[in-house]
Design a protein around this ligand. Structure first.
Ligand code: SF4
Length: 196
């Protein structure tokens, strides 16, 4: 039975994208196959747990939606086992992935949010998602977004401002969005309102 390296399990609200405001539990896997220069996500493992232990831990929360996040969930060996256990336990499941690994279990997930990275333009593997979010980490993000739109079929496409040193780069996001009429703004509401 797989023991997953985890950073944290907690309940909060989704802070970005189409499900903003949805009350969810979050399971954050340790480790990522990317190393984005502006990444502020904790990726070091703090504990390990089996799928059954994770489902049991989640049962203490009143919510029925769970987001698998990271790090990079699709890079986690055996993560499909956890996805199946969550579905069996009646959870609505979502995943946040950088899109670089087309893991078969992603197709069993109710909502796939894909965030390909401008810093890794040649690492887009998935072709379909429910939403796509691109961080506007430079002005060249507009060209990257157009390429992403060709390669990943999604219902919604979002640009997010890049945060560096606690400051949101809204000016670059606005400039990038002005060149992408089909794309919408997604802010990280949890950072603005100060929830987890
Ligand atoms: S893909 Fe996400 S978690 Fe991984 S390094 Fe980039 S921002 Fe951080």
């Amino acid at each position: 039975m797989t023991r997953f390296d985890l950073v944290e399990i907690f309940a909060s609200m989704q802070g970005e994208g189409r499900n903003t405001g949805r009350q969810c539990a979050f399971v954050r896997f340790a480790g990522c196959n990317f190393d984005c220069p502006w990444c502020d996500t904790a990726k070091e493992a703090r504990f390990a747990a089996t799928a059954a232990e994770i489902v049991s831990e989640l049962s203490q929360y009143p919510v029925r939606s769970v987001v698998l996040t990271g790090g990079e969930p699709a890079a986690v060996e055996g993560a499909g086992e956890l996805a199946a256990a969550l579905k069996s336990a009646g959870w609505w499941t979502a995943v946040e992935t950088n899109g670089s690994i087309d893991a078969p279990w992603l197709r069993s997930i109710d909502y796939v949010a894909c965030s390909p990275k401008l810093e890794y333009p040649d690492r887009i593997a998935i072709e379909k998602a429910d939403e796509v979010r691109v961080v506007a980490s430079s002005e060249t993000a507009a060209d990257f977004c157009r390429e992403v739109e060709k390669r990943i079929e999604a219902t919604d496409y979002y640009v997010s401002p890049c945060e560096r040193g606690g400051e949101m780069d809204w000016a670059t996001a606005k400039s990038v969005l002005a060149r992408l009429p089909r794309w919408s703004l997604s802010v990280q509401l949890h950072k603005i309102l100060g929830f987890r």
